[in-house]
Write a protein that binds this ligand. Structure first.
Ligand SMILES: *Cc1c(COP(=O)(O)O)cnc(C)c1O
Length: 382
């Protein structure tokens, strides 16, 4: 029996990336990278300016906010934002229910800033009431950090309720919107988000290479000298960008032009609402299809976001993740191992340049792979 390989249009020999990023991009995004750009040149400066203003528009933050682009992946952006905005003489309340919240805590520990962590189970969202209680009993908290969609499980946290509570006590809100920005509903102005971090290779569907931080202008102005790091100093990066239209240090030129193309496609799709509609459809096709063949999603339909889905590993003793992964890869799909600490699982991302039909093809490929591995018991492993 020959295995049928199904790659994306325009790149038929490479698999779909069903991961938390990097993602499958469109041929147009890839083609944008076929030219070299001078970092100092006016053409590239125009690209940088338009990216910054488009990102502020998407975040509903055109007035009173600034956008800083920074070399590196999303974690660099999180670390930079904490270095510039986590107060030095007060504590930061760090909300965590997964690996990305944990990573942010680790970054803050590296800088020796004080914090209190509020941890919930990986399959459970934090509560705004608990945040209110913590802020009340700890008046020395000056900032709250949280993740909108924790990509560890795909869970969506109630950012609006928590931001409202934080705002009431005068705390600034720092949001990791890495895997949600550009798809899920998000308005910095309406929701009271003071600082937001995302990166090029998530829902905007660009390629990896830079991160972006959107922040209230007054906070950014006040952050001069706050950063613990030269390369990650957002004030310096912003001041230089304002003055020259350029990055400090070598910019990720090809990533920037690819991202500008990705933003054009984002706009053409109807912005974040348009993208969300497609992601919801792909997520539903994925979850329904996997259920139909006997697999179990670990989060309920109302808890999970439209970004990534976590499934329980089948109990069958023949199941082996590496073989499963290889079987899917041979059929044209790259998935991701689970990141849950307690439950054996695997993840399938549904961000990227793909639609519900791709998910239906993935479900067929999953069924064929499980059959080839002689897996019969699909009930969740303990
Ligand atoms: C992808 C992601 C990050 C950043 O991870 P990198 O590996 O640095 O790209 C941070 N937070 C969340 C929620 C993410 O999904």
């Amino acid at each position: 029996m020959t295995i049928q390989f199904r790659g994306p249009a325009g790149q038929e020999t490479t698999p779909y990336l069903l991961t938390p990023g990097p993602l499958t991009t469109t041929p147009a995004v890839k083609e944008a990278m076929l030219r070299d750009w001078g970092s100092w040149d006016a053409d590239l400066r125009a690209v940088v300016a338009s990216i910054r203003s488009d990102l502020l528009d998407i975040a509903d933050a055109a007035q009173g906010f600034e956008c800083v682009l920074l070399q590196g992946s999303g974690s660099y952006g999180v670390e930079a934002a904490l270095g510039s905005f986590a107060p030095k003489n007060k504590k930061t309340l760090m909300l965590t229910n997964g690996a990305y919240g944990e990573r942010a805590i680790k970054a803050l520990s590296y800088m020796n800033r004080d914090f209190i962590s509020y941890e919930t189970d990986e399959l459970e969202a934090p509560s705004a009431e608990e945040v209110a209680a913590l802020l009340k009993s700890n008046p020395d908290i000056g900032a709250v950090f949280l993740v909108q969609c924790e990509t560890t499980s795909g869970i969506v946290n109630p950012i609006e309720d928590i931001a409202a509570v934080a705002q009431k006590t005068g705390c600034i809100v720092i949001l990791d919107a890495m895997s949600s920005f550009g798809a899920m509903d998000l308005s910095m102005k309406r929701m009271g988000i003071d600082v937001l971090i995302s990166s090029a290779n998530k829902c905007i569907e660009g390629v990896p290479g830079f991160t972006y931080i959107l922040a209230r202008r007054d906070l950014l102005e006040a952050s001069q000298g706050a950063s613990h790091s030269l390369s990650l100093d957002l004030y310096e990066q912003w001041a230089y960008m304002q003055k020259s239209g350029q990055f400090r240090y070598t910019p990720p030129t090809h990533t920037l032009v690819a991202f500008a193309k990705a933003l054009e496609q984002h706009k053409a799709e109807g912005g974040a609402p348009g993208r969300l509609a497609r992601y919801k459809k792909t997520a539903k096709a994925l979850r329904d299809g996997m259920r139909r063949i006997g697999l179990t999603p670990l989060l309920g339909d109302n808890e999970t976001g439209p970004i990534i889905q976590t499934f329980a590993t089948p109990r069958d003793p023949n199941f082996d993740f590496t073989r499963f992964y290889e079987g899917l890869k041979q059929r044209g799909f790259i998935i991701y191992p689970g990141k849950l600490t307690k439950k054996p699982s695997f993840r399938v991302g549904n961000m990227g340049a793909l639609d519900h039909e791709v998910m239906e093809m993935l479900v067929d490929a999953t069924e064929a792979t499980l059959k080839a591995m002689n897996i019969k018991d699909l009930t969740p492993a303990e």
